[in-house]
Design a protein around this ligand. Structure first.
Ligand SMILES: Nc1ncnc2c1ncn2[C@@H]1O[C@H](COP(=O)(O)OP(=O)(O)OP(=O)(O)O)[C@@H](O)[C@H]1O
Length: 432
């Protein structure tokens, strides 16, 4: 593995316009990828992980210019490919190949395996048919198929075999970079390991750099040298694989790792649950995009919050921010369980606390006073007052400041205010 990066991605953005009306006026933007930086060295495998919709595939398609990025620079082997014309782009695409999740969709059912695998050679100007056929036969052997398979059709192969053929087709032009987007997730679990092993082997044999996209952390751990973790269009942590798995620096990485099913029943209870849904990339949260779900979201320094209480209070606050609470549900739940009369305001407020996992009394007396006032206002039908009360008292630094991806004490980069330098900067700004 050389130190000089083969691929350098800086400030990559891909926004999709949201349009409405017959005039297709732009009313917003889906920020699918929103300022992503990373580099991949020759022979290195960089993994990109994150929940569905965080922008992994869009990173791949934009950096290969299969769709045009909104902003950012991509350089490959020292050349800026962002302004490449058609001819240079074709040259670049020969050196940077992609394989996709669904091998079935990537083949023309009317073409033999030999024709499909040889197609990139033909496109790139190798006209001698016999020569193409020999190259293909050799490659089929190297990906664990038989050279005789050259004249068979895609439907005669299983999913795993088709992914081997897709790999052969990607390798046929002798690329330097392979971008693999969920290459095993459509395959039967029993054959995933074989394909991953094959990818590891061909990577070494062909000295390929690889960008390996997956939502499956176990798979990423198997094949990647380093891993970038994405959340809502941004990279929140990037680290050597083993370090990331053993000492994650970002609360989102910790939460993702906590959600890996653990075979050891004694450790099952350790998993971290994330509250709330993933926000829309059309309207990402201010500050740290993860603060609306983060189990480690920073409490305001004026109160002495227990972390779990603080998360629950934030969930309640976010809910009040969107709309008034549906108190009818709390009322019904009360009368159904207790068979009692309509609940009084205090009982209603207690029901709301229960629904959001907020304890009957917060540890910090001042915080408790604020919360009790806000809840009293809400059950009294004074929603704006309740919302404002919570907003003025319970602000987290995480919603005010967008954390940059910067080196942590652990020796790699994470984007979180919990890391000292960023925290100090925020506190300093607040003091000034
Ligand atoms: N052509 C498009 N127009 C509008 N929005 C899009 C388009 N393509 C993707 N998106 C949105 O961009 C965001 C990122 O999508 P992307 O497919 O890159 O995520 P992903 O992490 O690869 O997800 P998955 O693991 O489900 O494939 C999603 O919110 C998606 O809905």
């Amino acid at each position: 593995m050389s130190d000089r990066p083969l691929l350098v991605v800086e400030g990559l953005q891909k926004h999709y316009p949201i349009t409405s009306g017959v005039l297709k006026r732009e009313t917003g933007r889906v920020r699918a990828v929103d300022g992503v930086d990373f580099a991949v060295s020759p022979g290195e495998t960089l993994g990109i992980v994150g929940e569905s919709g965080c922008g992994k595939s869009t990173v791949a398609t934009s950096l290969l210019r299969l769709e045009e990025p909104t902003a950012g620079e991509v350089s490959f082997d020292g050349e800026d490919i962002t302004d490449y014309g058609k001819r240079d782009l074709k040259r670049f695409r020969r050196r940077a190949q992609m394989i996709f999740q669904d091998p079935t969709a990537s083949f023309d059912p009317r073409m033999t395996v030999g024709e499909s695998v040889a197609e990139p050679l033909r496109i790139h100007g190798i006209t001698d048919r016999q020569r193409r056929r020999n190259v293909v036969k050799d490659l089929l052997g190297r990906v664990g198929l038989s050279p005789e398979d050259v004249d068979r059709y895609p439907h005669e192969f299983s999913g795993g075999q088709k992914q081997r053929i897709a790999l052969a087709r990607a390798l046929v032009v002798n690329p330097d970079l392979l971008v693999a987007d969920e290459p095993v997730s459509a395959l039967d679990v029993s054959i995933q390991a074989d394909i991953l092993e094959l990818m590891n082997d061909v990577q070494r044999e062909f000295d390929l750099a690889m960008l390996f996209i997956s939502h499956n952390l176990g798979v990423v751990r198997e094949v990647c040298d380093r891993v970038a973790v994405m959340y809502l269009g941004e990279i929140v942590e990037i680290a050597p694989t083993e370090q990331l798995f053993t000492d994650p620096q970002h609360p989102y990485t910790r939460a993702l790792l906590g959600s890996i099913p653990r075979p050891d029943p004694r450790r099952r209870g350790e998993s971290v649950t994330l509250s709330g849904d993933v926000p829309s990339p059309a309207n990402p949260p201010e500050g740290c995009r993860f603060h609306t779900r983060c189990p480690e979201v920073i409490p305001p320094s004026d109160y002495d919050f227990d972390q779990r209480e603080w998360r629950a209070v934030q969930d309640l606050r976010q809910r009040l921010h969107r709309e008034p609470l549906d108190l009818e549900t709390v009322r019904t739940a009360h009368t159904e369980t207790d068979g009692a009369d309509a609940p009084d305001d205090e009982t209603l407020a207690a029901g709301v606390r229960e629904e959001f996992g907020v304890p009957a009394e917060l540890t910090d007396a001042d915080a408790e006073r604020v919360l009790a006032e806000a809840l009293a206002a809400e059950v009294d039908g004074n929603h704006d007052c309740a919302r404002e009360r919570l907003d003025e008292a319970f602000v987290t630094p995480c919603e005010r400041t967008h954390p940059d991806l910067q080196e942590t004490d652990a020796g790699w980069a994470a984007a979180c205010l919990l890391h000292d330098d960023q925290r100090r900067a925020v506190e300093q700004a607040a003091d000034d």
